[in-house]
Design a protein around this ligand. Sequence first.
Ligand SMILES: [Zn+2]
Length: 448
Amino acid sequence: MAELTGPEVDHRAGRPGTEPGAAEQGVGAEHVAEPARERGVPADAAFVLRCPRCGRDGTGTSGCPHCRAEGVAVNLEPPLADLTAHDLAAFPGGPWGWRETVPIPGGAAVVTLGEGNTPNVWLPPRPDGRGVWLKNEAANPTLTHKDRYMAAAMATARAQGFETVIAASSGNAGASAAAYAARAGLRCVVVTKSSLPPAIHAQILAAGAVVVGFDDSVARNNTMRQAVEQLGWFPLTNFVEPGAGGHPYAIEGLKSIAYELARDFGDELGAVVVPTSRADLLSGVSRGFKEIVAAGLLRACPRLIAAEPSVAPAFSTALARPGLRDQETTQIPYVGSAAFSIGSDVANWQGLQALRDSGGEAVAVDEATFLDEYRRCAAEDGIFIEASSAVAVSVARGVAGPGTVVALGTSSGLKDLDLALRGAPDLPVIEENLDELQRVVADAAKRA
Ligand SMILES: [Zn+2]
């Protein structure tokens, strides 16, 4: 692996009002002819990675250019970490629990808000589905698994000397990016959809980030690409078409989910169900289990199952095709749903590889089914998860076969208040009157 080098930056350097570059170039504020390019190491020259499909070495965050020319979206990857001689029972949890598994320079400071070690919550069986464990990633600092990813991403950006980071996100990643950038002292720009849920909008603004909405995702990604290429901003997420996947180093932070599951459930693990969009979580979890199995800490990788909304089921569509060539070039129209965090227009290669290598599958769920699960998880089990996570729980309840089944809960139901309050009555306001209270309770019982 290439050793990363880069200056430690002044954590305040990227704040608005200290635009990098201008002072060095002697350019007055009244006439700035060229956009100021940041001093960070250019994203495409910072490190050497390898394409898992064609085996070529590469750099950067745009995936493998050779495979893309064949119409196949493949992310580049660093080598797997060697976990030999590690004590799984003693794994402290989180992306920095085994620090060497995230490839930032040894001397670089980590960025953390206490992410990881999320609880496993038992969801009892029902007449129409088995009992499953929910690994509740909503217990992370910004209520999502993305915090593991952004901790690793922000440490990388800072170690490489970047001062501004940019994320394309429909929600959770943007809120996480904003918080971790604030912690790291980096300026953060989030480019999102015009339909951004208000709760996430509030999270991003509270962290002091700049957020911009787009009606068109291609325009959004093109704008991000220009910011990365022309302004030298650090890309926290994917911005190429077809979508190859997120920042390769940030994905390494997600491996800690697999380490924690292996530590907590051991060889009882039968299947892990993963809400899937561009498969960063799926590939990160897969890589973590591969490291664990290679070190002899687990007998085998559990089956990994991609859970998708039925309106944008790229991986289910791909795996229904007969040949690998057809599967790996799968692209479908993206259609949004209440599970706004997941669904994809492309079945990228590393996601397919994770499913194939573990003997897994992809399962699509229609909206009525996963919204029923979303309501029942909250009202019957007490766990208020986002609709995308309910897609995974719904799939997990139907998994056949031996072993423990775990669904990954990727975020909280609080992220989408419009959905949570859809169809709800206005808040009843009453005077001191027990009869009135009983009437309100009876009305609620009729609606249930
Ligand atoms: Zn390739």
